[in-house]
Design a protein around this ligand. Structure first.
Ligand code: B12
Length: 319
């Protein structure tokens, strides 16, 4: 008879999950030390929510006391579209082109969890897609989905790093994956070299304060710091530079999840159109999009900063 573990894995693939691994719900000790060091160095910048309950981030039982297993999944979000190189347009990072991954992945994990309950009615658990303080990347590595790249994103052999991560903490014992994917970054430093703001301060370590993704998404300030605005390289929301240059992303494969296809005009939005958006238009346009994270004020600040970096000669042409 097929084991519950096997049935869970088969069901996951059936509902469009791309990678799955299952491990025992034990504390993440070494990773927790790294995390604390990261906080001490202030590499979380203004993301004060990262400081809250750090012990929870390393022990799944503090999030769900009956946790015995952590089911870790990855969802491929790669769709083959390219940014337009135009001073009138801003680049949106790939993860934000379509619908919000939190909704998409949560829906899939809910379906998987309901399936588990139909097999074992004593099943109880907690679904995590950025809804609980849990270290997604560390669990993905432990469950054998991939390795932590030097840019600090998890790289899978099948899909590169264009994957979202999520977990189900479950009260049942399952059969555990024990094989870890070894680090295949080798001597490559392409991501460190390409980062225009040197945000990858050491292999595997990001100083958020220097990161374009942090500045354009998370930083709530009226203006961007000069070191960021001088190096935007056209990025309006998020940044994919470190992933675009990664040789492992040559293994990217288009996802069959249509909700990750770009919304109209959302790969390289027109900056003037962003600046002209009213709050009402913004709410409608970005409903269920990850881009609502910046709020309209953040998006318009970024658009304004990009416009200000256009050389005067170019500006005349575009006016
Ligand atoms: C905070 C956060 C950010 C911050 C900080 C980024 C960061 N590197 O942590 C900012 C805003 C900058 C950010 C940006 C992005 N993010 Co983000 N983010 C998160 C979040 C909410 C928490 C991550 C976290 O705990 N960071 C704290 C640090 C300490 O963790 P860490 O990087 O894993 O640190 C490890 C290393 O430093 C390592 N380490 C330290 N020293 C050494 C030495 C050696 C030798 C080794 C091997 C390791 C090592 O140990 C630490 C613990 O494992 C997660 C969701 C989640 N709940 O996990 C998403 C998450 C990491 N983000 C994600 C994405 C997609 C992005 C962006 C690509 C979005 C974009 N295109 O703009 C960028 C990528 C930027 C980058 N290069 O990291 C995905 C990554 C998916 C993947 N394949 O890995 C996640 C997992 C969300 C999800 N559920 O899918 N993000």
């Amino acid at each position: 008879m097929e084991s519950l573990t096997l049935k869970i894995k088969q069901k996951a693939f059936e509902i469009g999950i791309h990678e799955i691994g299952i491990v025992r719900a034990e504390p993440l000790e070494r990773e927790s030390e790294h995390f604390k060091e990261w906080l001490v160095k202030n590499f979380h910048a203004s993301m004060q929510w990262m400081e809250r309950e750090p012990e929870k981030r390393s022990d799944p039982k503090l999030i769900f006391p009956n946790a015995k297993s952590v089911i870790v999944v990855a969802l491929n979000y790669y769709t083959p579209h390219e940014h337009e190189e135009s001073t009138e347009k801003g680049k949106v990072s790939r993860y934000a082109w379509g619908d919000d991954y939190h909704d998409v992945l949560k829906e899939k994990l809910r379906e998987l969890f309901s399936f588990i309950k139909t097999i074992d009615e004593t099943a109880d658990g907690k679904i995590c897609v950025d809804t609980a303080p849990i270290m997604d990347k560390a669990w993905a590595v432990r469950a054998g989905l991939g390795w932590l790249g030097k840019h600090s994103n998890v790289i899978t052999k099948e899909y590169g790093s264009w994957v979202f991560l999520g977990e189900i903490l479950l009260n049942l014992e399952l059969e555990y994956d024990t094989e870890i994917v070894e680090d295949h970054c080798g001597t490559c430093t392409k991501c460190l070299d390409a980062c225009p703001t040197n945000a990858i301060v050491a292999p595997y370590v990001i100083n958020s304060e220097k990161c374009l993704s942090y500045a354009t998404i998370e930083l709530r300030s009226a203006e961007l710091p000069e070191q960021i605005s001088n190096n935007l390289n056209g990025w309006l929301y998020g940044c994919d530079i470190c992933q675009n240059v990664c040789p492992w992303n040559r293994f990217e494969k288009p996802t069959e999840e249509t909700r990750f296809e770009p919304r109209t005009g959302n790969v390289s939005p027109n900056l003037s159109e962003i600046l002209a958006l009213s709050t009402e238009d913004y709410v409608v346009k970005f409903r269920r999009s990850p881009m609502k994270r910046t709020k309209l004020s953040g998006l318009q600040r970024n658009a304004q900063e990009l416009k200000a970096t256009i050389p005067k000669s170019e500006r005349k042409k575009n006016e």
